[in-house]
Design a protein around this ligand. Structure first.
Ligand SMILES: [Zn+2]
Length: 427
């Protein structure tokens, strides 16, 4: 199928300013040409889609979601969900959440830890065309240490064993094995845990490392040998220093990164995915966004709020590459509300264009998914039409009614255009 889209305004995802009146040509599932509309007429054989009243953006990319969780604070996907939810139900929940991302214009999501390789199964079903859904970039099981951030067994009686969303590695050999377990299941990238969240919470910002420097180095080497990037759940401290020095590709959250960490990241090209949505929802919902029963969490919430935006501001000033990731699945971070992160990034000093680039071309490059992210010849034909100019008002991307059309692979996957009134017939 050949499709010609008349775009009233185009933001192409490269970081270049928007331009008016572009003509976008799609053949099959790829963009083939982008030109100024007055440069030529529409070639023969193309179906025309009139988006002249809209701004056209590349399909958006959320670099940090968990499809297993919905964002409902009562959702137990990360807690006891494992023992009360069947594996097929987990996978169906993932699909429901993925559809909500897609509906809102997020045509690619990077899943930063799943269960039972449900992410990989869903990715493959979507890629085969069996299901309509966003493109998934999967890491399978997050790699954690015994009693680490993702070791769910720490919540259980010692005689109970449970496969959680993680592979446990306490030394370099186990680290290599955990990477290979994920590779065996054909993941796209590797996720590790570099700081112990529980300690961060208890001691209000003291970032205890989760695994040894040697374990991290072995994991990174193994992943890089196999062409996979590695990113870490990481707040700061020695875990961040070791991860950056040993060559990690990205840091998630990073609320307590120091200037020294950020300088190293800028120099080495380490990417920051700050997931400000989590902290933004903490700020909005107060302690209601916290699971009950942990006396340290309310103070930790306030500490995170005090640091998160400032860290992004300092990172941005140093030229650290920042990408958009929401951590959808965390309390009140619902799938489909991903564009809230763009608002949070602008609050931290990014321009609206920089925020959009962090969710399009910049994101694609950073996560090494180079077929998506920009509207340019040879790229996969994913785009979202927006009613209005998000560079003027970034919040409109949070309003589904302002995103009338979503296209993936050159096909309409969401259509909320106002119903066309039939022309009056004169008699
Ligand atoms: Zn996460």
């Amino acid at each position: 199928m050949r499709l010609a889209i008349r775009a009233g305004r185009l933001i192409d995802g490269t970081g270049q300013p928007s331009r008016r009146n572009a003509l976008i040509l799609i053949e099959g599932n790829r963009f083939t040409a982008v030109s100024r509309e007055d440069d030529g007429s529409i070639p023969e054989g193309y179906e025309v889609l009139d988006a002249s009243q809209y701004t056209v953006l590349p399909g958006l990319i959320d670099c940090h979601v968990h499809l297993v969780g919905s964002g409902d604070p009562k959702d137990s996907a990360f807690g006891v969900g494992e023992v009360v939810t069947s594996i097929p139900a987990v996978t169906l929940n993932c699909y429901r959440n993925a559809l909500q991302d897609l509906e809102a214009g997020w045509t690619t999501v990077r899943d930063a830890a799943s269960r039972h390789f449900a992410d990989v199964a869903l990715r493959d079903a979507i890629n085969r065309g069996d299901l309509v859904g966003p493109r998934l970039w999967c890491c399978g099981l997050g790699i954690t240490s015994t009693a680490g951030h993702m070791d769910r067994e720490k919540y259980l009686a010692p005689h109970v064993s449970l496969p959680g969303p993680s592979a446990v590695a306490d030394d370099p050999t186990e680290g290599r094995k955990a990477v290979r377990l994920n590779l065996r299941n054909n993941v796209d990238f590797i996720k590790i845990n570099a700081t112990l969240t529980e300690h961060v919470r208890r001691y209000l910002g003291y970032c205890a490392p989760e695994m040894t420097r040697e374990t991290m180095a072995a994991i990174f080497q193994e992943a890089h040998w196999h062409g996979r990037k590695v990113t870490a759940h990481c707040y700061g401290g020695d875990g961040a220093t070791w991860a950056i020095e040993e060559g990690i590709d990205g840091i998630e959250h990073g609320f307590y990164l120091t200037d020294h960490h950020l300088d190293m990241m800028a120099e080495r090209g380490t990417v920051l995915c700050p997931t400000l949505s989590v902290v933004g929802r903490f700020r909005e919902h107060g302690d209601a966004a916290l699971p009950p029963g942990n006396p340290y969490l309310p103070a930790w919430r306030l500490k995170a709020i005090a640091h998160a935006w400032d860290t992004v501001r300092r990172a941005h000033a140093r030229g650290v590459k920042i990408i958009c990731g929401t951590d959808a699945a965390m309390p009140f971070v619902f799938h489909g509300t991903n564009a809230y992160e763009l608002e949070m990034l602008t609050e931290a000093g990014l321009s609206p264009l920089e925020a959009i680039t962090a969710a399009t071309g910049g994101a694609a490059e950073a996560i090494d998914f180079k077929d998506v992210g920009t509207i340019a010849p040879t790229k996969l034909a994913d785009l979202a039409c927006v009613d209005g100019d998000p560079l003027e008002e970034i919040k409109i991307l949070q309003d589904l009614q302002r995103i009338p059309l979503v296209i993936k692979d050159g096909r309409i996957v969401a259509d909320r255009r106002p119903a066309r009134v039939p022309a009056l017939v004169s008699v």
